[in-house]
Design a protein around this ligand. Structure first.
Ligand code: SAH
Ligand code: SF4
Ligand code: F3S
Length: 441
């Protein structure tokens, strides 16, 4: 890196919302260390990839990406690998990609300033590999938020659940929560800065335990929702084990809490759930769904499913299909099981063939699409409030998002387009399996 010149960096993010938000904080840290962000690898002194390892495909993407950019090496650039693949592979990354100088998992980001100093001193093979040691969370003075209206706050980091298929407990460290006072302080600052939507994040957001012992998760949710200027509060991802009736009561009591719960079930079969070490049964999960359905507000539900987990029989898969029909989810994120390093399930034969997994996934997605085609029609004629997202699609419609997190594309008779981040009532005139169409009132 040339001295005297502003140091530049390029950062690309893969994976979940927690990675997206970590990147906003990493960018904040780099900017405070005197770096300037650039939008291409060519223009950067330091190239960073914030990686995901949830399925094999995600991991391969990163190594392909590193290979593609290797040709930029001769111009004296430095490379860093951050995130879940970094923590999982550790120093092995230096063997696979010797031109990488920095490898750090998310549980070590608080040490990034020191690591950057070492990098600038010309050192190679710098690591931040925490391996489930720390109780600290990553809090930055400056967060480079990418959206001026909607912002994230990570309230719980890491995971202690150890589901049989999942890398997260190994890649993100042990579960640790921020104090509710610090979360509320950040939420108030965001509201003052004009953020009207706040999304609380955690791999198990509702397993939140206030280190100060002041608030439960539901109380924290309600407190964020009561901050002046906050119009929408979302939270993701909830774990069924930690899902309480109190959360439903909070949604009923505080109108700014969005009427949407993402509650991953993974399988509709208690047999498979036991193999997955999810520690709940189909009936136990359905009891929680019953609480949500009994709420005074209509709360939209979405879920994640894994098909083809080792040992999943035809009957188990049928149980998942009936589960989807019984709950009536508004969206399902379904994935084929992918064997992952270090996880308990890796020792079980990946017994369901690729073709069978694909076939099951196809059947599930088709059934779900048919169901959503019908269920989205319940909104026809309703007037829903949208937050304007900004883009206009090919049909000249403006994109908005409802409190239930549904896309509602709308037209307006007003000559002036509504600004991104504004809120409008829109009457629904058409329904599709994944979106609604309407007219602004
Ligand atoms: N903490 C959340 C989920 C986090 S990972 C929870 O417990 O529900 C996001 C989703 O990726 C999971 O819900 C699961 O459906 C999927 N997933 C995780 N590991 C996977 C694997 N090995 N193969 C396929 N899908 C996986
Ligand atoms: Fe992974 Fe299970 Fe933790 Fe979710 S709860 S992040 S699926 S180990
Ligand atoms: Fe991927 Fe890590 Fe998130 S594995 S899904 S980036 S927690």
């Amino acid at each position: 890196m040339a001295t005297g010149m502003p140091k530049t960096f390029y950062l690309e993010t893969f994976g979940c919302q927690m990675n997206v938000h970590d990147s906003e904080k990493v960018i904040g840290t780099l900017v405070q260390q005197g770096y300037a962000q650039v939008q291409s690898e060519e223009a950067a002194d330091l190239i960073l990839y914030n990686t995901c390892s949830i399925r094999d495909k995600a991991e391969q993407k990163v190594f392909n990406r590193l290979n593609d950019t290797k040709k930029l090496l001769k111009q004296g650039k430095r490379f860093g690998v951050l995130g879940c693949v970094a923590q999982q592979e550790g120093e092995r990354i230096f063997e696979r990609a010797p031109y990488v100088s920095l490898v750090s998992g998310s549980a070590s980001y608080r040490k990034l300033p020191e690591m950057l100093v070492q990098l600038e001193a010309g050192r190679g093979r710098i690591t931040g590999l925490d391996d489930r040691q720390t109780d600290e969370t990553f809090v930055t003075e400056f967060t480079a938020r990418s959206n001026p209206h909607r912002g994230y706050i990570t309230i719980v980091e890491g995971c202690d659940k150890f589901c049989a298929y999942c890398v997260v407990p190994y890649t993100r460290g042990k579960e640790r929560s921020r104090t509710s006072s610090s979360v509320l302080l950040e939420a108030r600052q965001m509201a003052e800065a004009g953020f009207s939507e706040i999304q609380l994040l955690g791999q198990n957001v509702n397993s939140y335990r206030d280190p100060e012992g002041k608030r439960t998760f539901a109380e924290l949710l309600a407190a964020v929702g009561e901050i002046g200027g906050v119009r929408r509060v979302r939270f993701t991802t909830s774990h069924p084990r930690d899902f309480t009736r109190e959360i439903v009561d909070a949604i009923d009591a505080v109108p700014t809490l969005c009427d949407h719960v993402h509650l991953p079930v993974q399988s509709g079969s208690s047999h498979v759930l036991a193999l997955m070490a999810r520690e709940y049964t189909r009936e136990w999960y359905l009891e929680r769904i019953g609480w949500i359905k009994a709420a005074r507000r209509e709360i939209s539900m979405t879920t994640d499913i894994i098909v083809g987990f080792p040992g999943e029989t035809e009957q188990d898969f049928e149980d998942t299909l009936t589960m989807l029909a019984e709950v009536g989810y508004d969206a399902v994120f379904a994935f084929k099981y992918s064997p992952r390093p270090n996880t308990p399930a890796i020792t079980r034969a990946d017994s369901i063939g690729e073709e069978e997994k694909s076939a099951r996934l196809q059947i599930l997605l088709e059934q779900q699409r048919d169901q959503q085609r019908v269920s989205y029609e319940r909104h026809l004629g309703q007037t829903l409030e949208v937050m304007v997202e900004g883009q206009t699609n090919a049909r000249g419609q403006i994109t908005g998002r409802t409190s239930q997190n549904k896309t509602l594309n709308f037209t307006t008779s007003q000559p002036i387009r509504p600004a991104a981040g504004s809120y409008l009532p829109v009457r629904v005139t058409a329904a599709f399996p994944n979106s609604l169409v309407g007219e602004a009132l």
